[in-house]
Design a protein around this ligand. Structure first.
Ligand code: AP5
Length: 225
């Protein structure tokens, strides 16, 4: 049972790694940003409420996100574990996740923080392309799709996200620094935080995550013995 949280600023590679973790370990990749964008696209009530915050690069209110994630985490595929991408993002969200896990005697295996300096983040995001159908992620310079502008996985036309304009990216970075960075101390204090240099290449980052998960599983086995 693997429950992994990926933490890091916008563009640090959370979605890229979560998708690789899903392929390698067969656990669902649950991304709060993808879930919110799907609801915005479908124009649901939740989506209409979330959209102005997302357009400004601000966080959607905790109560909205916590309820959405509680629903998603209660789906049957999440019983075998999951990799969380973009959630939790505030201390209130982290506490809500703990309150969900503790009564069931469950715990997170690890929280992985992907450390990437701001100039690299700005470079990555200026050339990121995403698939609006299957959420695959590309980078025009370093990780391009085989056919320009077309998703390798499902053939849909690739897009740039609405929140990728420079002023919105700046806002997202500011919001990360104020509201999400405190989670590093939150999880460090619980002995769950592992820091990885997020600039070492996708495969190398994944190899580090694999090592962390193996260590966490060995620790869990020791606790059971
Ligand atoms: P969300 O969708 O979660 O966006 P984010 O956290 O800002 O992160 P990104 O998706 O931009 O980046 P990433 O870290 O996944 O990087 P990626 O793998 O794409 O949130 C969007 C909005 O939704 C928020 O602003 C907020 O409004 C709302 N929201 C979401 N969750 C919320 C929550 N819990 N509470 C409240 N509001 C919430 O990689 C980036 C690029 O780099 C790609 O082009 C990729 O190809 C490339 N790349 C990846 N890894 C590497 C590498 N190792 N080397 C070189 N290039 C790499």
């Amino acid at each position: 049972m693997t429950r992994l949280v990926l933490l890091g600023p916008p563009g640090s590679g959370k979605g890229t790694q979560a998708s690789a973790v899903q392929s390698r370990w067969g656990i669902p990749h649950i991304a709060s940003g993808d879930l919110l964008r799907a609801r915005v696209k479908e124009k649901t009530e939740l989506g209409e409420r979330a959209k102005p915050y997302m357009d400004r690069g601000e966080l959607v209110p905790d109560e909205v996100v916590i309820e959405m994630m509680a629903e998603r985490l209660s789906e049957s595929d999440a019983r075998q574990g999951y990799v969380l991408d973009g959630f939790p993002r505030t201390v209130a969200q982290a506490e809500a996740l703990d309150e969900r896990l503790e009564p069931m005697g469950q715990r997170l295996a690890a929280v992985v923080y992907l450390r990437v300096p701001e100039p690299e983040i700005l470079r990555r995001l200026s050339g990121r392309q995403v698939c609006p159908e299957c959420n695959a992620i590309y980078q025009v310079d370093t990780m391009p799709s085989r056919e320009p502008g077309v998703c390798d996985e499902c053939g849909a036309a690739l897009i740039q996200r609405d929140d990728e304009q420079p002023d919105v990216v700046r806002k997202r970075l500011e919001v990360y620094a104020v509201q999400t960075r405190p989670l590093l101390d939150y999880y460090r204090g619980r002995g769950l935080l592992h820091e990885i240099d997020g600039t070492i290449g996708v495969d190398n980052v994944l190899a580090r995550i694999a090592g962390i998960l193996e260590e966490a599983q060995a620790g869990a086995a020791e606790r059971v013995e």
